[in-house]
Design a protein around this ligand. Sequence first.
Ligand code: IPE
Ligand code: IPE
Ligand code: MG
Length: 250
Amino acid sequence: MSLKDKIHLQQLPRHIAIIMDGNGRWAKEKGQDRLYGHYHGVESVRQIVEGCAELGIGYLTLYAFSTENWDRPEDEVTGLMELLVETIKKEVETLNKNNIRLHVIGDMSMLPEYAKKELQEAIGQTAKNSGMNLVMALSYSSRWEIAQAIKNIASDVKNGSLEPSSISQQTLPKYLCTRNFPDPELMIRTSGEYRISNFLLYQIAYSELYFTNVLWPNFRKEELYKAIADFQNRERRFGKTSEQVKKESN
Ligand code: IPE
Ligand code: IPE
Ligand code: MG
C-alpha cells in the first residue's frame, strides 16, 4: 500500500514550501562532483511537482537558489543556473499539459540576461493555467525580500499613497514577492539540516515544519506523502488551547 492512500484529500495543505537540500552530499556519497547531484535533484523536482499536482495542492514553492548561493564556486553557480533555466524551459510543455502556472520569486537583477529572458518566456507561456501554482524561489532570500518591501513602503509613504498610521500586520505581506500566494501551511527541509536558511521568514510564522534526513535527490513521491501524512497528524492551534480547537472543528 502506498502512503498516498493514507492522505486525507479534504485536509491537504493549500501551500507546501520546500528547501531542497543535500544535492552536494548525495553526489559526494557517490564519488561524483556537486553538479551531478544537482542533475539528479532535477528528477526529484519533476516527481514532486507531479505528485503535488496529482493530489490537488494549490501552491508549491521550491527554494532552488538563494542569494547566498551566489557565493559558491563560480563553476557550480554557472552550471546550476544553466541547469535550472534549461529545465524550466524544457518543462513548459509538461507544465501546460498539467495546467500548472509558473511563478518566480527572487532578485532577478542578479540573474544573467539569458536567464531573465527564458524565465519571462516560461512565465508568460504558462500564465493562463489555472491548476497548481508552482513558485520557483531563484536568487531569493527573505532578508532581501523584506528590505525591498520596506523600501517600497517608504516610497509609497513619501509619494502620499500610503498613510503611516494605516500600516498594520496586513500591510507588509502586500509588499512581499508572495503577495498573491497564501502562506505555506507545510514547510519541508531535506538533508537533515534544522534551519531555515533565509527562506520565507515572514510567511512561515505558523507553518508546520517537517525535517527529514533524506537527501533531495532521494526525495520522491513516497517521501512527499510521508510529509503530508505527518502534517495531517498535527494539531494547528494558532495560539488557542487544544480544547478550543477541538470544539471549533466539531
Ligand atoms: C541544495 O543542495 C541545492 C542548492 C542549495 C542550490 P546543496 O548543493 O546545498 O547540497 P549540500 O547541502 O551541499 O549537500
Ligand atoms: C538552502 O540550502 C538554499 C537552497 C536549498 C536553495 P543551502 O545549502 O544553501 O543552505 P545552508 O548554507 O546549508 O544553510
Ligand atoms: Mg546545502
